[in-house]
Ligand binder design. Structure first.
Ligand SMILES: *Cc1c(COP(=O)(O)O)cnc(C)c1O
Length: 228
């Protein structure tokens, strides 16, 4: 708990240096604290240091923690696999869903987003390296899915998200990030007004920022190791 200020400071510094190296404004990169497998007290500690956006990848776990944190003005992002039977709770309890990769889920989230809430912010998750075991829409199919998302009134398409293939080879990771950035450019050329490129985690956030990330998702380097 005592280490949260240093960790947050270090992560912010890493983002700022990557921005400086690539001539970017540090304010153009948001930090999402990935709080999966961390407890509500850890979230509260980071909130006390000014961190307001948190990401969770399991609905049940998120709901339990949200119940303890209702007094705080937090913005919740869902970043895990979206099962269709969970869309109603996700559409009700989150401001963002970054992991949408199929039509059925888009349609259900739109239909189930409560009218009293603003449109649900959506990023399409792209399987940027065509990994068979990994979630995400294939790069070739992104444009079609984006067109559908843009037509749904209770959703607001904000951008793209990816988790590149695990590799020690920085050049390959950089290439994956560049291809995601290019896909977002292609969607802009088709008329989509996207402002979010969600890429970069604890191990590769500098590379992601250098390739144009506007939102890095950091768990381990902010909270320490996850409890299992
Ligand atoms: C867990 C997770 C992260 C954070 O990973 P760290 O390596 O702990 O920073 C980011 N994005 C997604 C989708 C995750 O599931």
């Amino acid at each position: 708990m005592i280490r949260h200020p240093e960790r947050l400071h270090t992560v912010r510094e890493r983002i700022a240096s990557a921005c400086a190296r690539s001539g970017r404004d540090p304010a153009s990169v948001r930090l999402l604290a990935v709080s999966k497998q961390q407890d509500a007290a850890a979230i509260r500690a980071l909130q006390g240091l000014g961190q307001l956006e948190f990401g969770e990848n399991r609905l049940q776990e998120a709901v339990e923690k949200q119940a303890f944190l209702e007094d705080l003005p937090l913005t919740w992002h869902f970043i895990g696999p979206v099962q269709s039977n969970k869309t109603k709770d996700i559409a009700t309890r989150f401001a963002w869903v970054q992991s949408v990769d199929r039509e059925k889920v888009l349609q259900r989230l739109d239909a189930q987003r409560p009218d009293a809430l603003p449109a649900l912010n959506v990023c399409l998750q792209v399987n940027i390296d065509h990994e068979p075991q990994k979630a995400g829409v294939a790069p070739e199919a992104v444009a079609e899915l984006a067109a559908l998302a843009a037509r749904l009134p209770r959703l607001r398409l904000r951008g793209l998200m990816c988790i590149p293939a695990l590799t020690e080879d920085e050049a390959r990771t950089r290439d994956s990030f560049r291809r995601l950035a290019a896909l977002a450019e292609d969607l802009r050329a088709r008329g989509h007004r996207l402002d979010t490129l969600s890429m970069g985690m604890s191990g590769d956030l500098e590379l992601a920022v250098e390739c144009g990330s506007t939102l890095v998702r950091v768990g381990t380097d902010l909270f320490g190791p996850r409890m299992n």
